[in-house]
Design a protein. Sequence first.
Length: 212
Amino acid sequence: MNVLHVIANPRPTETSVSKKMAFEFFAALMEKNPDILVNNVDLYQNKPPFVSSDAINYFWRPVIDSAYIPSKAEENAANFSNNNAQAVVDADVVVLTMPVWINSMPAILKAWLDQVMVPGKLFNMGPEGPVPTHHIQTVVLLVSSDQVYKEDDERDGLTPAIRAIFHYIGVEDIQIAWADGQDASRHFDSAERRDMAIEAAREIAEDIAELA
C-alpha cells in the first residue's frame, strides 16, 4: 500500500495539533503494518503555484482539440503538475493534514489540488465525464480548528469541498479526525477534544493498515 501524506500546515509539530495527530496516525499505521510505503509532501517546502491561464491551456485545450500542441510557456506553466501529480496517481490512500482557516482549507492546499487534479494526470475525460486513472481508495483528513463545529455545520467550508473535489475523480471514502475547539481561551475542554481526535486518527490508521 502507498500512502501519500500532504502537509498543509506551516507550524512546527510542537505547536500544531494537526501535525501531532499526523504523528500518532502514522505511528499507529506503521505499528500495524510496517510494510506500508509513506510519501510525505510538505506544501510549505514544495509550494504549488496558482494555476495560470497558460496552465489551463496546457491541461484543458487537448481535451477539446486532441491535435493541440502546447506552447513553451504553457509547458513551463505545468511544471509543478508534471513533477508532482504522479505521486497522487500512485497513492492508495491520501492523508491531508491541515488547520481550518476561516472555516475552510488553507489556500496552499487548494492550489495543490488545482495543480494535480487535472486531465491527463488523475483522470481522462470521457463522453460522460472524468474517467479515473489513479489508485486512490481513501482520503483521510487530519484537521484542527479553534472553533467548535457541529455535524453538518453551515460554517464548515472544508469537508463539503473535499468531498466534492474527490467525488469528481471517483473517490467516495473520506475519513475524518477533527480536533475542534482548540482555542483554550474559549474552550475549557480543548485538551480533551484533542485527545479524542488523536484517538480517532489512530483508529482510522489501524483500519487502513488492516486493509493493506
